[in-house]
Design a protein around this ligand. Structure first.
Ligand code: MLC
Ligand code: AMP
Length: 505
């Protein structure tokens, strides 16, 4: 028996002295050195008693060691659960408890806050800091640089990624080895990645885009990455000449276009720019081509499904579309009420099926059944249509979701907190256009009769429990919320009313 994900992404590079990661200080880590450290960490996890199938929750800064922790989990058959570094202790507590994590790996700065929570929930705790130091790497450093890879099948779990829900409760999307591997294979081929590619990696590695799309594709093709801790405009512009490809959320591209140093000369040598995770405005696509001569390749995916569609590598990359279903992915547009497939050209909900689609939500059979049909089609919650040439257009969302700079924010989670504040009768949280982040969060608050809620105190209370990127950029007092005849808050009316709150920025 084998471990398909480990074998295809990592194991096949064993002994290769070719570069895998170039860090911001210019140092280079070869595939062989990376795999040696991976094995050491896998040995440390095993020595700590972790078993195949156990969950490991990691809230760590982006580093080569953090990536080796992911690889070590794959090699040891441990389910990797990466967490946004912006999450607060309240948010983390839920993830650790819900996943039943056997180990929490965090930055030393968070250790004192998380230790009591981990011990209450029966999880071990280890540290891993941005510079690669910490108790985990201390334990690993004297251990063997080889590890007996744990056999796995394509159906075994490789990762949990938590995604918020419309009820405000996050759900652990269970991704199998086969989900990740099939998508990496398809995308590497579709986007023509080879061992000569150098990907400028500036995305976080706790989400699908940075961890699975960017990293897995590079690994499967045997290429290398310039591995930046985060998107830093100056660093990206400085390092672009050494890269062949860049993957980013639309904010990357609007920030680059706002900088006069980002020129045709700077990008002449580039092979590929990919955008996804949020809508790329057609205007950005056009400005990008005018400036650089390159057409950004836009694709569409999500946590539960990995990548579903892509514009063509050869052929027309059309602005405002997300291209065609990827090989092996079936996509249909259905009536949200009946689930029936709609005639070509009509707008409906997007459903997808394929080896890329996840196994379900961890310990939430009802939520799984509500979104993943028995025949394997997943109801994405996105609204779209397929045009006469077969290109998929995303025209909206059938789910109450805000996407800010590529991060998903579920209004319900914020509304539950706002509603609890003194003097607040009810609230509505909406996404409004924002020049840098695409959308940003606006909170509307209806006071209790005669009350005058303290907006600063409310903002402070929100900050205590929610990650920074979820905080409303502005809170507004209103007399009442618009409702339809069924009593449902009409968020589309609110979005229209407040659409110019932050524009033009
Ligand atoms: C940071 N902040 C954000 C934010 N990112 N606020 C809202 N939305 C965001 N996305 C906060 C910071 O905490 C800071 O708070 C302030 O906003 C300004 O920070 P900044 O320095 O300008 O932000 P920066 O660190 O540069 O980050 C912006 C960014 C980053 C766009 C580079 O958010 C990013 O890398 N986004 C990528 C997200 C991603 O990978 N998504 C993929 C999901 S997978 P303060 O306190 O200073 O005001 C997926 C599936 C698929 O969706 O299809 O791919
Ligand atoms: P996440 O749950 O973080 O994986 O986010 C997935 C959601 O991001 C999808 O359901 C879409 O709403 C959105 N998304 C991803 N890629 C695109 C894209 N290219 N255009 C528009 N929306 C996108």
């Amino acid at each position: 028996m084998t471990n398909p994900l480990y074998d295809q992404l990592f194991g096949k590079h064993a002994g290769a002295a070719t570069p895998f990661l170039t860090l911001q200080d210019g140092s280079v880590i070869t595939h062989a050195a990376f795999l040696g450290q991976t094995a050491q960490i896998a040995n440390a996890l095993s020595a700590a008693g972790l078993q195949p199938g156990d969950r490991l929750a990691a809230q760590v800064e982006k580093s080569a060691e953090a990536l080796a922790l992911y690889a070590a989990c794959v090699q040891a058959g441990i389910v990797f659960l990466p967490l946004n570094t912006a999450y607060t202790v309240d948010e983390l507590t839920y993830f650790i408890e819900n996943s039943g994590a056997a180990m929490v790996v965090c930055d030393a700065k968070a250790e004192s806050d998380l230790t009591p929570i981990a011990s209450r929930l029966g999880a071990q705790i280890e540290t891993l800091n941005a510079d690669g130091s910490g108790s985990l790497t201390d334990q690993a450093q004297d251990l063997p640089t080889t590890f007996a890879t744990v056999p796995r099948s394509a159906d075994d779990l490789a990762a949990f990624l938590y995604t918020s829900g419309t009820t405000g409760r996050s759900k652990g999307a269970m991704l199998t080895q086969g989900n990740l591997l099939s998508n990496a294979q398809v995308l590497a081929e579709h986007w023509r990645f080879t061992d000569t590619d150098v990907l400028l990696h500036a995305l976080p590695i706790f989400h699908t885009h940075g961890l699975f799309v960017a990293t897995n594709i590079t690994l499967i093709a045997g290429g290398s990455m310039i591995f930046l801790p985060k998107f830093d405009l100056d660093q990206v512009i400085t390092l672009l000449p050494q890269a062949s490809s860049l993957m980013g959320v639309p904010t990357f591209y609007t920030r680059l276009l706002d900088d006069p140093r980002f020129t045709r000369d700077l990008t002449q040598h580039m092979r590929l720019f990919v955008s996804g995770s949020a809508p790329l405005l057609a205007e950005t696509h056009i400005r990008f081509e005018e400036r650089t001569g390159h057409r950004i390749l836009e694709r569409y995916g999500m946590t539960e499904t990995n990548m579903n569609t892509s514009n063509p590598y050869d052929g027309d990359r059309r602005a405002g579309t997300v291209g065609f279903p990827l090989p092996g992915v079936e996509l249909k547009i259905t009536d949200p009420e009946t689930g029936q497939t709609l005639p070509q050209g009509e707008v409906g909900q997007i459903e997808v099926r394929g080896a890329n689609v996840f196994k379900g939500y961890w310990q939430m059979p009802e939520k799984t059944a509500a979104e993943l049909r028995a025949d394997g089609f997943f109801i994405t919650g996105d609204l779209g249509r397929i045009d006469a040439d077969g290109y998929v257009h995303i025209v909206g969302r059938n789910k109450d979701l805000i996407i800010s700079g590529g991060y998903n924010i579920y209004p319900k989670e914020i509304e539950l907190i706002l509603d609890d504040q003194p003097g607040v009768l009810e609230s509505a949280v909406i996404g409004v256009p924002h020049k840098d982040f695409g959308e940003t969060v606006l909170g509307l608050i209806v006071p209790e009769p005669g009350a005058s809620p303290d907006l600063d105190a409310i903002a402070t209370a929100t900050a205590a429990s929610l990650a920074r990127f979820k905080h409303p950029r502005k809170l507004v007092l209103v007399d009442a919320l618009p409702r339809n005849t069924m009593g449902k808050v009409q968020k589309n009316v609110l979005r229209d009313t407040y659409r110019d709150t932050f524009a033009p920025a």
